[in-house]
Structure formats: C-alpha cells, structure tokens
Design a protein around this ligand. Structure first.
Ligand code: NAP
Length: 267
C-alpha cells in the first residue's frame, strides 16, 4: 500500500548535535521528518524520542553519506515512498584540526565527500521534489569559518567556504522560484561532553559559544523568514561581519594566533 502524500523535512546528520536540535525544532512546528545519518542505534533512539515528545511522524534512513553513491541511495529510498519534500537541511559534516600533515589524506577526502559532495548530490537530486511544493526551503550548514577560516583547520574551513559560496549562488539562481536557500553559519557550538568541559574551563568563551538548541531555533526561524545568511548569536554575528570587512592579511595573522590550540592539540 502506498503511503499518503505528506510534506516532509529531510535532515542529514539529524541524530545528534545541531542536526538533532534542528529536527526537534521542525518537529515542534509539527513538520514530519526524515532523518538521514549513520546507521547507528542513536538514529533510531533520536527518532523515537522525537515521535514520543512531539507526536510527529519520523522516518529514518541509515547510511554513510560520504559514500560515492549515498545521494543516489537517499533519493531512491525517498522516491519509493509517496512523500513530498518541503524542507531539505544539509547538516551532516565533520572537521579535524592540526597541521596539514597531522591528518591522513583519506580523512580529508572523506570530509570533502561528506561536507560538500553529499550536499551537492542531495540538493541536485531533491531540488525537483522541492520545486513541486508551493513554498520550500533548503538550509545549508556552513560555519562562522566561512568568514574566519581558521589555520590548522584548513580543509574544514575550505569545505565550509565552499558551502557558503555554493549556497549564496544557488539562492540567486532560485530567486523568484518557490524554493528558498538559507545558509547557516554557527560559531563554536557545544555538542558533546568534551565541548561542555572546555566551556566550563574557560567561562569567558560563553560569549562566543552557543548551545545546539539556540543555533537550531535561530537557524530554522531564519530559514522560514528566507534570510540569506544566518549567524546565531550576537558575538558570532559581529565577528562574522568583522571577518568579512577586515583585510585578509590582518585577519589571517590574527586568526593564526588565536588558532594555536588547534596546532598544538590535533584532533
Ligand atoms: N559544533 C560546532 O561547533 C559547529 C560549528 C559550526 C558548524 N558546525 C557544523 O554543523 C554540522 C553538525 O555538527 P555537530 O557538531 O552537530 O556534529 P555532530 O554532533 O558530530 O553530529 C553530526 C551528525 O552527522 C552525522 N554523521 C556524521 N558522519 C556521517 C556520515 N558519514 N554519514 C551520515 N551521517 C553522518 C552524525 O551521525 P551519527 O550520530 O550516526 O554519528 C550526526 O547525526 C556540521 O556540518 C558541522 O560542520 C558545527
């Protein structure tokens, strides 16, 4: 039996961290969800928690999105159901820090495949589905590092700059159509225990550091208001603006000094 047509939001990396908070934010608006993340127990657990708490339909598809065929697999899975798509959140991603050669080349390739290739693939394949809806949205997860590319996180900063440029350009291509594109550029966000410990050890960083629920709320509200660039929080937003105005030499010199911790503690 075919399932009835319901307008869904698809969130990649929606099982944990900011993606999970975004899924919850959408569920609060009673938008049914498709969560795509690695096929691990946390995916089913998150889906069940959201169903129970917010009473919305939640479907899950477990897949490694850095795989070459992942976007096509997600698309095939989606097409075999009679779903319609209203929101696509390209959130899944990861980063590494350290000197260029502290990290294996294969890991950089995986980062680029997950952060960039999967986003382009899913957006390409699912855009026609979004265009069927009278109003639809794409949210692209970039980072504050789009304006402030940190040394010792060069490849990660590169992937986030790609997403920033890609999102802005696509937004213009789609201007005047039913599909809005917004780019979310959070500053440092506490998504795990070690992040929380670091925050407690450096209380001053609370001005810069955000919590996932705040990032998600501002991100989703901004997306529905069709904002182009969303930088959650006063300090991150101010730094982001400064970062775009400062001459590159001066900015990078300063960032290199700030990023010493990444140089000394690769991870
Ligand atoms: N945290 C920050 O400070 C910060 C700041 C700016 C931007 N961002 C961006 O925000 C996004 C989310 O970051 P986060 O800190 O919330 O990360 P996170 O807590 O590590 O969560 C990442 C999510 O992506 C999923 N995922 C990871 N690798 C995957 C793969 N190969 N295939 C499919 N799903 C995969 C994870 O699934 P599993 O649970 O199964 O592992 C999880 O749901 C990233 O794009 C990141 O670059 C983060």
């Amino acid at each position: 039996m075919q399932e009835k047509e319901i307008a869904y939001a698809l969130v990649t990396g929606g099982s944990e961290g900011i993606g999970r908070a975004i899924a919850i934010e959408l569920a609060k608006k009673q938008i049914p969800l498709i969560i795509v993340a690695l096929d691990q127990p946390v995916l089913a657990r998150t889906a069940q928690e959201i169903r129970e708490e917010y009473g919305v339909e939640v479907h899950t598809f477990g897949i490694d999105l850095s795989r070459d065929d992942a976007p096509e697999q997600v698309y095939k899975w989606f097409k075999t159901r009679n779903f319609s798509l209203r929101v696509l959140v390209n959130n899944a991603g990861f980063g590494r820090s350290g000197l260029m050669h502290d990290i294996r080349l294969s890991e950089y390739y995986t980062m680029i495949d997950l952060n960039n290739r999967a986003t382009v693939g899913l957006t390409y394949l699912l855009l026609p589905e979004l265009q069927l809806h009278p109003e639809a949205h794409i949210l692209i997860m970039s980072s504050m590092e789009a304006a402030l590319p940190l040394p010792y996180k060069a490849v990660y900063a590169g992937t986030k700059n790609f997403l920033y440029g890609y999102g802005l350009a696509l937004r213009e291509e789609l201007a005047g159509t039913s599909v809005n594109v917004s780019i979310l550029c959070p500053g440092p966000t506490v998504t795990n225990e070690s992040g929380m410990k670091r925050l407690k050890a450096q209380p001053n960083s609370k001005y810069l550091v955000s919590m996932p629920d705040k990032v998600a709320k501002l991100g989703i509200d901004g997306m529905f208001r069709k904002k182009n660039i969303i930088v959650p929080g006063f300090f991150p937003a101010t730094l982001f603006r400064l970062g775009r105005l400062m001459p590159a030499g001066m900015k990078m010199n300063l960032l290199e000094k700030i990023a010493q911790n990444f140089k000394n503690n690769p991870g």
